[in-house]
Design a binder for this molecule. Sequence first.
Ligand SMILES: Cc1cc2nc3c(=O)[nH]c(=O)nc-3n(C[C@H](O)[C@H](O)[C@H](O)COP(=O)(O)OP(=O)(O)OC[C@H]3O[C@@H](n4cnc5c(N)ncnc54)[C@H](O)[C@@H]3O)c2cc1C
Length: 397
Amino acid sequence: MQHRILVLGAGYAGASAAGRLARRLRPEDVSITLVNAEPDFVERVRMHQVAAGQDLKVRPLADMLRGTGAELHLAKVTAVDVDRKTVAVVDADGAAELEYDTLVYALGSGWNDMGVPGAAEHAYEVASRPGALKVRERLARMDAGQTVVVVGGGLTGVEAVTEIAEARPDLDVAIAVRGGFGDWLTPKAQERLRTVAAKLGITVHEHAAVTAVRADAVETGTGAIPAALAIWTTGFAVHPIAAATALEVTERGQIVVDRDMRSVSHPDVYAVGDAGYAMSDVDKPLRMSCASGTPMAWIAADAIAAELTGGKRGKTALAYTQQCISLGRKEGLIQFVTADDQVKTTWLRGRTAALYKEFICKGAAWAAANPTIGLPTRRKPILKARNAKGTATKALA
Ligand SMILES: Cc1cc2nc3c(=O)[nH]c(=O)nc-3n(C[C@H](O)[C@H](O)[C@H](O)COP(=O)(O)OP(=O)(O)OC[C@H]3O[C@@H](n4cnc5c(N)ncnc54)[C@H](O)[C@@H]3O)c2cc1C
């Protein structure tokens, strides 16, 4: 009679949700299974560092979950059937089907080539560990003077180009951005970004939307930029699994959820992290980020626990405070923002900002790797079981 909770994806959002659920609910009442394709927790926010040749601490998911009450199922999710409440997976034993009573969908996202001709064939990416490792291998084979172009001037592009330029000063490193370089930052922060880029020898191509990628160059409206290696960072795309279900999804395939991170079409399904489309406390869509994914996970876990136990929901805020940008290992830029992610005049720079960013990354990984530490144990018995239509039917305990 255990209530079966399946959490799909053990990134920042999924790992946090599984751990928090384990801390809130009694193991005799619920089974919590975290399904992930890879055996290790991947610190996605550091993929530009991996690409630039740095080694990260290995964090086996099995170690992370040991003693929490949540179980790990190493498998690749291939489909979800929200009507039959099943998840199709392929694991070491082959194809299998898992059943759930409550589903937490946290499969994250990957790179988004935006359909630009040649990008899928020729460009590299740093949105995933395999992608970052390919960039690393490619860089290792490049000779001094060869050209690298990072396409995209958002947070990932800025972090990637600075990290690579710092690690490989012998290469000719450039960034191509659609608008102005760092144009969402305060003017002083933009100026600082330009100074750091110049110090690192980065060529900045502004107002240079890339229209095609070739094996040796990227095309822009104003001409071609030589690129022995083009790294595409123009945003993230969610996995197509959710869009293939009966769930209500956005045009981009994110699952539309309410303030509890609960699917607006299927109440047994919650979506957190990049995979979920939620509004912030100031009614703006959350951006795909670790900064959004972790509070989304806490909210979903608290809402599920409250639903099952009859307890109160949590009070986690959905509001931004800062954007933390690494500019290589020695420099950083912390731009403080309003709750709806608009820049304030306050910002930090230099070594202090680099240390601040490092602290945030370590904190995010630590929180995901130790999902139950620091939470008060408030395990409550489940009050009701649910029948297939989702109607409360009988007391469990
Ligand atoms: C280089 C880089 C720098 C970034 N910097 C920042 C930053 O400074 N601040 C910030 O807030 N955000 C940053 N981000 C964004 C942030 O990493 C993502 O928004 C965040 O990782 C999303 O978390 P998630 O848990 O939703 O998904 P993910 O972290 O992507 O985790 C998804 C999990 O699901 C698993 N999975 C996927 N598909 C399947 C499948 N079919 N079957 C089984 N398992 C599957 C994956 O293996 C993974 O473990 C950065 C991203 C990149 C790439």
